[in-house]
Ligand binder design. Structure first.
Ligand code: AR6
Length: 176
């Protein structure tokens, strides 16, 4: 059984080693989950982000969590959906891969992801969910220290898409 759990909730409340932020390439805050994380973490987070000098799409950078219950924030920059033929799938996969790499580097045991790119950036969640889950499942092979991965969905449609993708992957695993 994969240590992946799909949950509905507000990621800023999660007491885990790392939460992932769906940031933009400036890393200087924004709306959606990014705005919520900055509000909950306090102004020190913005100060730390300024020092990072931005981040390209498909990559991620880590800061402390400051006022958050989480120890770290991994700021991942997802792709803007442009119809599906502009490398969006690969760039989204790269975000999750980068976060799993940071998890290994920082010895993260528990991590929570939002549905990167599935809000303001317009990536269809039914397409994003299987990408997210398969990259995380692959990353778990290189992260034996990880005890739990939470996929935090804010709305019910994302929750349903993620549940479906996880059930599908577990079915495949069982068949292997
Ligand atoms: N906890 C968990 N998930 C959340 C929360 C929360 N507190 N708030 C929203 N979501 P979005 P993107 C969900 O728009 O599409 C920002 O302005 C939301 O329902 O936050 O990657 C950045 O600065 C959706 O499913 O991120 C960028 O400019 C998911 O999080 C841009 O938006 C992602 O939605 C990034 O857009």
């Amino acid at each position: 059984m994969l240590p992946i759990e799909v949950v509905q909730g507000d990621i800023t409340q999660f007491k885990v080693d790392a939460i992932v932020n769906a940031a933009n390439s400036s890393l200087l805050g924004g709306g959606g989950v990014d705005g919520a994380i900055h509000r909950a973490a306090g102004p020190e987070l913005l100060e730390a982000c300024r020092k990072l000098g931005g981040c390209p799409t498909g990559h991620a950078k880590a800061t402390p969590g400051f006022g958050l219950p989480a120890k770290y924030v991994f700021h991942a920059v997802g792709p803007i959906w442009r119809g599906g033929n502009q490398d969006e799938d690969q760039l989204l996969a790269s975000c999750y891969r980068e976060c799993m790499r940071l998890a290994q580097e920082l010895n993260v045991k528990t991590i929570a992801f939002p549905a990167i790119s599935c809000g303001a950036y317009g990536f269809p969640v039914e397409r994003a969910a299987p990408i997210a889950i398969s990259v995380i499942a692959e990353g778990l092979k290189h992260n034996p220290q990880i005890e739990r991965v939470y996929l935090v969905c804010f709305d019910h449609s994302a929750y349903q898409a993620y549940r479906k993708a996880l059930t599908c992957l577990q079915g495949q695993d069982a068949a292997d």
